[in-house]
Write a protein that binds this ligand. Structure first.
Ligand SMILES: Nc1ncnc2c1ncn2[C@@H]1O[C@H](COP(=O)(O)OP(=O)(O)O)[C@@H](O)[C@H]1O
Ligand SMILES: [Mg+2]
Length: 379
């Protein structure tokens, strides 16, 4: 921890850089998350430095005014580029924030003890930012490089889950080369999966680019839509089941990961075929979130056990939300792990912890504690 911001007799507060926005299509969602965290973080305990990442990738000093980052009916929040660029550099053995503008001497903005990357999707949740922070030995909240990358890629995620003995549904992965070289072979494989299928970009989020396809004649357009987000795709057999989620929080010290009470998402009453982008963020009452989910006790125990197993399978740290389909036969099929799940106060992850006795401000505090107390370098 740095000591240059010591005031007489008072120990320095840890300085937390909150990173949000980013280059992915979930830019606005990340800004909304930042509004939640900036509003709830304990400012008596931490000094907070909001840093926005514009869609171009530029880092800029951002406003701490939560209203600017909230969702309004008129427009989506966005980090706009600035003449001043912020970078993180190691200077004199300390992690310093530097702000630079053309034709000006760069200024130091002080040290950073921990970075809280509130970023979703590629170039944020996929190990790239994590790698940048690893290079400078900077502590940060959440999963490391490999876990982030595995959790971002719906193909490799399933490979790892299967190897750990978790049940995944039938699927195929389709690379750009496979689709361009022999689309008919892909169509044949999809036919074997059976309709409906879900066509997904391998690396996206917030349901972006995902279509439910009921017949072969709609397959190609769904593939082209997904390819606008990622040239690598995953196509999955549709699974009939309730959507059950569980929040996982790394244990302190050598403790096992902690799991919340499971929650359930239901879009049944909202006129959506599945939990799509509109149901997630745009329409107010399209999805019903309930926690704890109404399930038999033993199923709840199983969800929690599997969620912790999934967390360990990818080697996650800090936090993750693990999502399942709970079939009428009582099977729990894992859908995905999110290493930086939706994190506004209203999102499932904080809601599941709130229902399990951990409030949103305390959750933020615990995540920062875990990050401040972890080793840098290989762990
Ligand atoms: N194999 C599937 N069977 C049934 N529904 C699915 C399947 N895959 C996805 N869905 C629906 O689509 C939503 C988004 O898919 P998901 O893989 O979770 O993508 P994202 O990472 O964008 O959240 C799910 O919450 C669910 O409603
Ligand atoms: Mg999902």
């Amino acid at each position: 921890m740095s000591h240059d911001n010591l005031t007489a007799g008072k120990p320095a507060k840890p300085r937390v850089a909150v990173l949000f926005g980013g280059r992915s299509s979930e830019h606005a969602v990340s800004c909304v998350t930042a509004a939640g965290v900036l509003g709830a973080i304990n400012k008596d305990k931490y000094e907070v430095i909001p840093i926005g990442i514009a869609k171009s990738g530029q880092w800029v000093l951002a406003s701490a005014d939560t209203a600017q980052w909230s969702l309004s009916s008129s427009s989506l929040p966005e980090v706009v580029p600035s003449a001043e660029t912020v970078t993180l550099a190691e200077i004199g053995g300390e992690h310093q924030l530097i702000v630079a503008a053309p034709n000006e001497v760069p200024k130091e903005l002080g040290t950073v003890d921990v970075v809280f990357p509130l970023l979703h999707g590629p170039f944020g949740e996929d190990g790239t930012i994590q790698g940048l922070l690893e290079l400078s030995d900077t502590r940060y909240v959440g999963a490391g490089v490999l876990a982030s990358a595995v959790g971002m890629d719906k193909h490799f995620m399933k490979v790892v889950f299967e190897a750990a003995g978790l049940q995944v549904g039938p699927y195929i992965a389709v690379t750009d080369r496979q689709w361009r070289k022999d689309p008919e072979a892909v169509r044949k494989q999809v036919d074997r999966l059976g309709f409906p299928v879900f066509v997904k970009p391998a690396r996206a989020g917030s349901s972006m680019g995902i279509s439910k396809v009921d017949s072969m004649e709609h397959l190609d357009s769904a593939i082209e839509e997904a390819r606008r987000h990622d040239l690598k795709l995953v196509i999955e057999a549709g699974i009939a089941g309730r959507e059950i989620e569980c929040a996982v929080l790394e244990g302190r010290g050598t403790d096992a990961p902690r799991t919340s009470m499971p929650g359930e998402i239901s879009v049944a009453g909202g006129g959506h075929e599945f939990y799509d982008f509109e149901a997630k963020y745009v329409e107010d009452n399209a999805a019903a979130l309930s926690c704890p989910a109404d399930m038999p006790e033993e199923a709840i125990a199983r969800v929690r056990e599997l969620a912790a197993a999934a967390f360990d399978a990818v080697g996650a740290e800090g936090l993750s939300r693990v999502d399942f389909f709970y079939t009428p036969e009582g099977e729990l099929v894992i859908n995905e792990i999110n290493t930086m799940p939706g994190f506004t106060p209203k999102s499932m992850y904080p809601q599941m912890w709130a229902a399990s006795g951990l409030s949103y401000p305390d959750l933020i505090d615990e995540l920062i504690y875990l990050a401040l107390n972890r080793r840098t370098g290989l762990r």
